[in-house]
Design a protein around this ligand. Structure first.
Ligand SMILES: Nc1ncnc2c1ncn2[C@@H]1O[C@H](COP(=O)(O)OP(=O)(O)O)[C@@H](O)[C@H]1O
Ligand SMILES: O=C(CO)[C@H](O)[C@@H](O)COP(=O)(O)O
Length: 497
């Protein structure tokens, strides 16, 4: 019999499901756009039932193909965007729409926290508070929707919601929970001091589901889920992990010092560090499935989010839809430096600046769509550079080997070259494979007892892109970018008053 594993990856933009044979060879991938509602500029919410419908649809397309080709599914794992908040009641029904991790309504709660307390908690959890974290959102609910909070039984992450839909079980795993800043990294338990810091009663800890290893089977596909997805009833489902963890696993970038840069809705810039060391000074540190290591990450909603914004804007006025690929193609027809245009990619704000917004600087009448497209791509990449510089000085050991590029944007060869030029370091681009789905499918394989040695990835030197001749232009731009960023801080602070 031909056995396969399924990995589900629910990002903020798209849901993907991919099947792999027992040796880790990709058989097929299906994807679809996720529902997202911008209730207001700072309120990003997700209809949880609609999200499950999209995921069930993607799974049912995939299983129809697998059935026709004679494959039997042995195990399933899910990964998804981290943070945000998916609240359900006792019967695992949503009590309100989920908060996306790009929701910034709680910026002021974060700005009002005591700096010394924040630092004390950071040393223990490896995370600093920011607006899209579940704890901060629980505080917002306590202040603004206490009735909703009273109806909630479980506070789930995105992938936990999908696991709950598949298995009728509430679960959590160490990677996602630690990335949410609620776990004591040394003790691997939920940390009560986080609740004290946020002004929440410690009793709310009971909202957090029991913690499992990412490759632990936490439930089996129920009858109703089987009929919606085409998965066989009883198929084992593992706890899974956060998407920023699944991608490095899928790419084989899991040795100490390995760097992965994810160009998804979010900019994720991460490095593998020993789990028993002092957590490096970055936005968050998340425990890896291998208990010896964690992933130090500098993160912000500042990557393909701006490409999505600009391509949606162009699509609303153009005859035909303008895809991210079209946008990057238009950018490639303009010289490096975008004819002097500079873009700060903060359409969903920025963690370190209260009130930050997307900013286009230097507009002249000669500038049009193509120059703005180039400025958007360059600005996103310049901010990745800023974040990677923070990772370098965070106390983490960073490898000098090529860094792995992942996420939707990494498929674009033009953008990959821009990354190498702007960050001044060779990067390894990815062809085709959905790395997040692959990573979590390998955890499902391990969970059902399959030896995953053959899933190991040997880095392909042919995919390495080195800094080229445009590096010099980007160095000058980097200086202007950093000075603009510093100067805008005061403007944003003033605007947020
Ligand atoms: N060929 C491409 N060129 C540039 N950007 C792309 C391309 N394909 C996808 N993207 C961008 O990648 C993003 C999707 O990446 P993905 O990692 O799947 O995000 P998420 O996990 O947030 O859903 C989209 O926002 C899109 O803008
Ligand atoms: O928690 C997060 C960062 O700490 C984000 O939600 C991230 O997981 C989004 O991933 P993306 O949807 O961009 O792939």
């Amino acid at each position: 019999m031909k056995h396969c594993l399924i990995g589900i990856d629910v990002g903020l933009t798209a849901a993907k499901a991919a099947a792999f044979d027992e040796n880790g060879r990709e058989l097929r991938t299906v994807s679809a756009a996720n529902p997202r509602v911008a209730v207001a500029a700072d309120r990003q919410e997700i209809d949880m039932a609609a999200l499950w419908e999209v995921v069930a649809g993607v799974l049912s397309d995939l299983t129809a193909w697998l059935d026709a080709e004679g494959w039997t599914v042995r195990g399933v794992g899910a990964t998804g965007h981290g943070n945000g908040l998916y609240l359900v009641d006792d019967a695992l029904r949503p009590v309100r729409p989920a908060f996306a991790s790009t929701d910034s309504r709680s910026e002021r709660i974060v700005a009002g926290l005591d700096a010394e307390e924040v630092e004390r908690v950071r040393r223990v959890t490896g995370s600093v508070p920011w607006a899209g974290q579940p704890g901060v959102l629980l505080r917002w609910l306590q202040d603004n929707e206490p009735d909703t909070l009273a109806r909630a039984r479980w506070a789930l992450s995105c992938k936990d919601w999908i696991v709950a839909c598949l298995t009728a079980t509430a679960s959590a795993d160490y990677s996602d929970a630690s990335a949410c800043g609620v776990v004591n990294l040394a003790e691997r338990t939920y940390e009560p001091a986080v609740f004290d810091l946020l002004g929440l009663p410690r009793t709310l800890r009971s909202l957090l589901p029991p913690l499992s290893r990412s490759d632990e089977v936490v439930g089996r596909v129920t009858g109703p889920a089987a009929s919606l997805t085409g998965l066989p009833e009883g198929t084992p489902v593992v706890a899974g992990c956060m998407d920023c963890i699944a991608s490095p696993i899928g790419a084989g970038s899991t040795a100490p010092g390995d760097v992965t840069v994810i160009v998804g809705t979010w900019a994720i810039n991460s490095v593998v560090v020993p789990a028993d060391s002092e957590p490096p000074r970055v936005t968050l540190n998340a425990l890896l499935p291998d208990p010896r290591y964690m992933l130090a990450q500098e993160v912000a909603p500042t990557s393909a989010a701006s490409v999505e914004w600009f391509s949606s804007l162009m699509s609303s006025v153009a005859v035909d839809a303008v895809s991210p690929r079209d946008l990057l193609h238009a950018a490639s027809t303009v010289p490096a430096g975008a004819e002097g245009l500079l873009f700060l990619p903060f359409v969903h704000g920025a963690p370190e600046h209260l009130g930050a917004s997307g900013t286009l600087l230097g507009v002249k009448d000669k500038h049009g769509y193509r120059e703005i497209a180039r400025a958007v791509a360059e600005g996103i990449t310049q901010y990745h550079r800023v974040q990677l510089d923070k990772v370098r000085v965070s106390g983490a050991n960073v490898s000098s080997e090529p860094w792995t590029l992942a996420g939707g944007g990494a498929k674009n060869p033009f953008w990959a070259q821009m990354f190498a030029d702007i960050i001044g370091h060779p990067v390894r681009r990815q062809l085709g494979t959905e790395l997040g789905a692959r990573g979590v499918a390998s955890l499902a394989a391990a969970g059902v007892g399959i030896d995953t040695a053959s899933w190991r990835v040997d880095p392909d030197p042919a995919l390495v892109v080195s800094p080229g001749e445009e590096r010099a232009v980007y160095r000058v731009q980097a200086d202007r970018f950093d000075r603009t960023l510093a100067a805008m801080g005061a403007v944003w602070t003033e605007a947020a008053r």
